[in-house]
Design a protein. Structure first.
Length: 214
């Protein structure tokens, strides 16, 4: 069994792309692999309740002209389409992702980490959802099989916040200052939404190392 840990953020468009490519590699892998989703925040300084349209947020953060923002967005739209993903940057609203990560940890405990991660990313990049809205998060969690009332109750506390912070701290200790960041059996790392072949090679190398160490 190859253990794959993925540090990513709901607000990261490259993380959506990387997730899909990793999943395709695992589907083609003739061994077993288990994925654990780790938390990371690209911008933890965003205030809860602060909501900014994508183009405005990009222009402000990177001092980009509108034309460059559109160019980057179109590249992601084209790459996403190749993987069966839909990016809708006109509807994308930037928000704090801390609570989304807390919900993901809750889902992961219930064996629903993969579906929850995918639903959060789709909500952010395709549906134009505001991912720090507590009702939105509870509704998304219900869609993948969690109890919405339990999720709302959890979000009213600080549950899983320590787990989120532990993931963020661990990313720093591993030298990851950006996402997506993929670690295979704590032996090999892949940074960024690399081509499918890179993930296939990492899975195979991890399996070969485990066999050699056995």
């Amino acid at each position: 069994m190859v253990e794959v840990e993925v540090w990513s953020d709901v607000a990261c468009p490259w993380c959506y792309l990387g997730k899909r490519r990793l999943e395709k590699a695992i589907e083609a892998f003739d061994g077993e692999a288990r994925v654990t989703w780790r938390s990371f925040q690209l911008d933890p300084t965003i205030l809860h309740g602060e909501h900014t349209p994508h183009a405005e947020a990009m222009a402000k953060k990177f001092n980009m002209p509108d034309e460059r923002v559109q160019e980057i967005g179109q590249r992601l739209i084209d790459l996403g389409a190749e993987e069966g993903l839909e990016y809708n940057f006109d509807g994308y609203i930037q928000a704090n992702t801390r609570n989304a990560h807390r919900v993901l940890h809750m889902a992961q405990e219930a064996g629903l980490g993969g579906p929850m991660k995918d639903r959060l990313l789709k909500a952010q990049f395709s549906d134009g959802a505001i991912v720090d809205d507590l009702d939105v998060l509870a509704g998304l969690a219900e869609e993948v099989g969690l109890d919405g009332a339990e999720v709302r109750a959890m979000l009213a506390t600080d549950a899983y916040d320590d787990a989120v912070q532990a993931d963020i701290d661990e990313a720093a200790s591993l030298g990851a200052n950006g996402v997506p960041f993929f670690v295979f059996d704590r032996a090999f790392a892949v940074s960024g939404a690399q081509p499918l072949e890179v993930f296939e090679t990492a899975l195979e190398r991890a399996r070969e190392k485990a066999a050699a160490d056995a």
